[in-house]
Design a binder for this molecule. Structure first.
Ligand code: FEO
Length: 400
């Protein structure tokens, strides 16, 4: 296991989780990485973040490929979540001369996760660590995306280490965005943002402002997941994050549904055709075969969402129900919604979906669309018309 140079005196020493497929419910078909960075000053050495417990040996081997472990002076904890610092105690045991550095909230989290016997030092915006020829500076970034979150910056190398911000779930042998392809990296960045940071746009936008206000020039942005952004790609990165934080949406409709004997599937396709005729971009997903995270990436920049389910035991199927639970936590805003589905002898599913939307504060201007058993010819025409009306609503109300 070797370290990878990021810039002069800063190495990537993290771990690649090739087989990660579920990140607390966020499906990750491309795996992920837990990035940690070794900053080697002339006098002192800092390790910025650690890794998930099973990957500690990989991290330590990469660190040891640069310096002996007893040379580490500081372990900077940008964020206590266990993907980055679950392995902190094991790393501290392997690095006997190290002290933990974190935001005030981070130190409380470290003590609560790992016990209060570790050597700890709180840092804030007025503090810096002098490593000899290199400096580390810090900005607390509460709720980007935990209360303890912090950005670390090395001014001599114009290198920002913002933890989860600017991250993506990509496992790759390549460490830089330009090496995996910028378009691919940006798409994964948006998917990550939608599934982790969607409810926190205000805080994320403030975080970017704080970096600018602090005068932190960034020629390298080295997040804690996925690939690292080099200078030439940073304008595209920031432009994308600007769109993400402002919540820009398009004339786009997501139709996500479950189906039992195919009737709700048939309705979904007719509704989609109607909306397409109205000029809307449509994405249609059967929730039995599509990961929630992929659906959410498209819900994020869509102006409208339809959820479909047949009725089973007086309610909706578990997949649409599960998806609504997943989505509710992400607090989608500025979308019109609707419910549709087939039923046998009671139409409880669409009522449940409508109630869930109401709890989420989302408006359903056209109510719901239901049909009994399999849709008849006139019901198919009505579904298509309902879809067209919904599509026209989306197009007419460009800024819902
Ligand atoms: Fe990647 Fe919030 O941990």
């Amino acid at each position: 296991m070797q370290a990878v140079p990021v810039t002069d005196s800063i190495h990537w020493v993290g771990a690649i989780d090739w087989n990660l497929r579920d990140f607390h419910g966020f499906e990750t078909p491309r795996g992920s990485t837990y990035n940690a960075y070794l900053v080697t000053g002339e006098d002192r050495i800092a390790l910025v973040d650690t890794v998930k417990v099973p990957f500690v040996p990989e991290l330590l081997a990469r660190v040891a490929s640069v310096v002996p472990l007893d040379r580490i002076d500081y372990i900077v904890v940008n964020h206590v979540e266990p993907d980055h610092n679950g392995g902190l105690r094991l790393v501290m045991e392997a690095c006997p001369n190290a002290k933990v550095v974190a935001s005030a909230g981070g130190l409380r989290g470290v003590a609560e996760y790992h016990g209060s016997d570790l050597q700890l030092e709180a840092v804030g915006p007025d503090d810096s660590l002098d490593l000899g020829g290199l400096t580390l500076r810090f900005l607390p970034m509460p709720m980007v995306h935990w209360p303890d979150s912090m950005f670390t910056y090395c001014p001599e190398r114009s290198c920002l280490m913002p933890n989860d911000a600017f991250g993506q779930h990509i496992a790759s042998a390549s460490r830089f965005a330009d090496e995996v392809g910028l378009d691919f990296a940006i798409e994964e960045l948006i998917t990550y943002y939608a599934n982790i940071l969607m409810p926190l746009g205000t805080q994320v936008a403030k975080a970017v402002e704080k970096v600018v206000d602090a005068g932190w020039v960034c020629k390298t942005i080295a997040p804690s997941h996925g690939v690292i952004w080099r200078e030439r790609d940073i304008p595209t990165l920031l432009e994308t994050y600007g769109r993400c934080t402002s919540g820009d949406t398009f004339d786009k409709l997501v139709i996500a549904y479950g189906t039992m004997w195919g009737s709700t599937d048939i309705l979904a396709r007719e509704i989609a055709d109607g909306a397409i005729e109205a000029g809307v971009e449509v994405r249609l997903f059967d929730l039995a075969v599509t990961p929630y995270a992929y659906v959410t990436r498209h819900v994020f920049d869509a102006r409208a969402l339809l959820i479909g389910s047949p009725t089973l035991h007086h309610g909706m199927l578990h997949r649409p129900a599960g998806y609504l639970q997943y989505l509710a936590g992400l607090k989608p805003r500025d979308k019109v919604v609707g419910a549709f589905g087939s039923y046998g002898w009671s139409s409880g599913a669409t009522k449940q979906i409508g109630a869930r939307f109401e709890e989420m504060g989302l408006e359903a201007p056209l109510g719901d669309f239901t049909c009994k058993y399999a849709p008849a010819r006139d019901e198919l025409a009505a579904a298509r018309e309902w879809g067209r009306s919904f599509g026209e609503l989306v197009v007419e109300h460009g800024s819902l």
